[in-house]
Design a protein around this ligand. Structure first.
Ligand code: TLP
Length: 346
């Protein structure tokens, strides 16, 4: 039986071309700034996002942490969405290592925060209060099912933050998914923010890595923080080489993943009792709930036994992610297996 793994786009393996590029990569010691392949990747990332500079890091989690460390001081308060990846899945690093308070503002089902609620959460000047210094956004929004923040939304909320003297960081782990879905350059989506990170190791299929982009000054400081947290890598060009291929060749194909996600959500919507939100399937992520009368534990177990791997998000929520290693035919097969399972369990 073929396993259809929809847990995450992080499971994508590097392409042949990436492996070849890794083998052939020109290398040097990146802590001295002498790895030509890392330098090339950083320049490429900065120019694609139209930011002054970029820093290669080992993961999205590290990039987000470095952004907090660079933009804030211990004791500051940062505002982020109640469903933010930085809040849920990054081990509380901003608080533990950055010493900041994480103040959450409700995310709506599209991953947006209400402008008024954000403004209300920003502290005024008062001897009793911590200083609010950073607003964090996420595009596409993971827990909200891959939903997109438009350039208009981003520029309004960033404008509001800037008026109050906050910096704005964007967790753009899947920013190229948003760009492809809207058919605009990613640089337009990140123009209003002070820093942005994106991942090479999700739909873009590189084995490792993330880029943190911003001004020269910001990146220089972030580079020192990266060293402090043990992220100064030496001949990192070996992995950066795959990242270059990811940026040069793998972005436009994200549209295939979006088509497969739509195929999946459409199919799921026709299975009696399954709940889906097709208008929120804007990129490669599909959230769904099995019929309320089936036992969740049994559903999880049976799904796994039938070779369909999905992420379980608590309550009734499941997440399925389309990526390069699942085809349209795999999606149809997964739908058939889920349909059969629901019929048996209902
Ligand atoms: N997300 C992973 C898991 O951590 C849940 C996934 O499978 O989706 N920001 C966002 C929006 C992310 O989705 C992720 C990874 C990260 C940051 C962290 O990236 P990594 O895994 O490189 O640390």
């Amino acid at each position: 039986m073929k396993i259809i793994d929809l847990r995450s786009d992080t499971i994508t393996l590097p392409t042949e071309k990436m492996r070849q590029a890794m083998y052939e990569a020109e290398l040097g010691d990146d802590v001295y700034g002498e790895d030509p392949t890392v330098n090339k990747l950083e320049q490429l990332a900065a120019s694609m996002l139209k930011k002054e500079a970029a820093l290669f890091t080992s993961s999205g989690t590290m990039s987000n942490l470095l952004a907090v460390l660079t933009h804030t001081r211990p004791g500051d308060e940062i505002i982020l969405g109640s469903e933010a990846h930085m809040f849920w899945y990054e081990v509380g690093g901003a608080a533990a290592l950055g010493g900041v308070i994480m103040r959450t503002v409700a995310n709506d089902e599209y991953g947006q925060m209400d402008f008024g609620a954000v403004e209300e959460a920003i502290r005024s000047e008062n001897i009793h209060y911590p200083k609010t210094t950073l607003l964090c956004l996420e595009n596409t929004h993971n827990r909200c099912g891959g939903t997109i923040l438009t350039p208009d939304y981003t520029s309004t909320i960033a404008g509001l933050a800037h008026e109050h003297d906050l910096r704005v960081h964007l967790d753009g782990a899947r920013i190229f998914n948003a760009a492809i879905a809207l058919d605009i350059p990613a640089s337009e989506l990140v123009k209003p923010v002070d820093s942005v990170c994106f991942c090479l190791s999700k739909g873009l299929s590189a084995p490792v890595g993330s880029l943190l982009c911003g001004t020269e000054e910001f990146v220089e400081k972030a580079r020192r923080w990266r060293k402090m947290v043990g992220g100064g890598m030496r001949q990192a060009g070996v992995i950066a080489a795959a990242g270059i291929v990811a940026l040069q060749e793998m972005i436009s194909r994200l549209a295939d993943d979006h088509a497969n996600a739509k195929r999946l959500v459409y199919g799921l919507s026709h299975i009696p009792g399954i709940t889906v939100w097709p208008d929120r399937t804007q990129t490669n992520i599909v959230m769904f709930e099995p019929p309320t009368d089936v036992s969740i534990n049994e559903f999880i177990q049976q799904l796994d036994l039938r070779g369909v791997k999905c992420g379980y998000r608590g309550g009734l929520k499941f997440r399925a992610v389309a990526h390069r290693m699942v085809t349209g035919a795999d999606i149809d097969e997964a739908l058939e297996r889920i349909d059969q399972l629901v019929r048996e369990l209902s």
